[in-house]
Design a protein around this ligand. Structure first.
Ligand SMILES: [Zn+2]
Length: 282
């Protein structure tokens, strides 16, 4: 018994175009490819069922704008000029939005998509380090550079060292030059203050920050932590909690310390690994 009634599992079907019979790929082939690509996208199990429709919104203007922009991105892909940068405190569903876009794009277009938590990515690159052969590192880095759509979750969480800065710049700049969109999430607010330790600018460094501004639409919002809510919470619960929960206050940090870190001379930090895979964006 063939599993596809349309093409008898040949993968091809006949359609009529202007009265002429033509042979074209059957949807089952496209579906199969999309399913395979979804399996290869490294989406964490807890996010595998996420869609933008399952994301609960409530009257929070910036949140609604973020979700609407995400929807437009899915519809427009691959014709998109810029990626997305979702910024806000932990637990407000940034990863849900990012992964939903990734899954919906793969389902709709069959594109090569990839998800990585930034720290996991850096750990995998480090663990494959070999002073002589760069093949293993490139086996990790190449798919990240070449994915048609990449989600890099929680950027800025890793302590900034020369190696981290160089590795991230290489990946991000390659994607920028090849015009491949990336969706980032970050817990660090985009405050134009180089003295603020917990700003995106300080967490990722000047060069990467200005590149991110160029290549992404920034969508910053706040909201209640989903983890404080009962599992069946709805829009009303979210709105109520959002209104009563104190807004995130940035901790007061020693400004001198942040400046010192940003302006530290190169190689002041112990660099545990050199990656000679490219020095883009310097
Ligand atoms: Zn078929």
């Amino acid at each position: 018994m063939p599993t596809c009634a349309i093409c008898d599992d040949t993968g091809w079907k006949t359609i009529e175009v202007d009265g002429v019979e033509r042979v074209t790929r059957c949807e089952c082939v496209v579906q199969k490819a999309a399913t395979q690509r979804l399996n290869d996208a490294r989406i964490p199990p807890r996010y595998q069922r996420c869609t933008l429709d399952s994301f609960i919104t409530y009257p929070n203007e910036k949140l609604i704008r973020a979700v609407e922009t995400a929807r437009r991105f899915v519809e427009a892909f691959p014709v998109v000029d810029r990626g997305l940068m979702l910024i806000g405190p932990p637990g407000i569903g940034k990863t849900h939005i990012a992964v939903s876009v990734l899954q919906q794009v793969i389902r709709r277009t069959g594109a090569h998509g990839l998800y990585y938590d930034t720290r996991t990515l850096l750990r995998e690159i480090r663990s494959t380090y070999n002073p002589v052969l760069h093949q293993a590192e490139m086996d990790v880095i190449r798919p990240v550079m070449e994915a048609e759509l990449l989600v890099l979750d929680d950027i800025g969480a890793e302590r900034l060292t020369d190696w981290v800065e160089e590795t991230m710049s290489s990946i991000v700049n390659t994607r920028y030059n090849e015009r491949r969109p990336t969706i980032f999430t970050s817990n660090y607010e985009d405050i134009p203050d180089e003295g603020e330790m917990n700003s995106l600018l300080v967490r990722v460094g000047f060069r990467l920050h200005s590149r991110l501004r160029e290549m992404c639409e920034f969508l910053e919002y706040d909201g209640p932590d989903f983890r404080d809510l009962p599992p069946n919470a709805g829009a009303e619960d979210l709105l109520g909690l959002w209104k009563t929960q104190p807004r995130r206050k940035l901790p007061v940090k020693s400004q001198g310390q942040a400046r010192a870190q940003l302006r530290a001379p190169k190689h002041a930090d112990k660099v545990d690994l050199k990656w000679s895979g490219g020095r883009a964006g310097s």
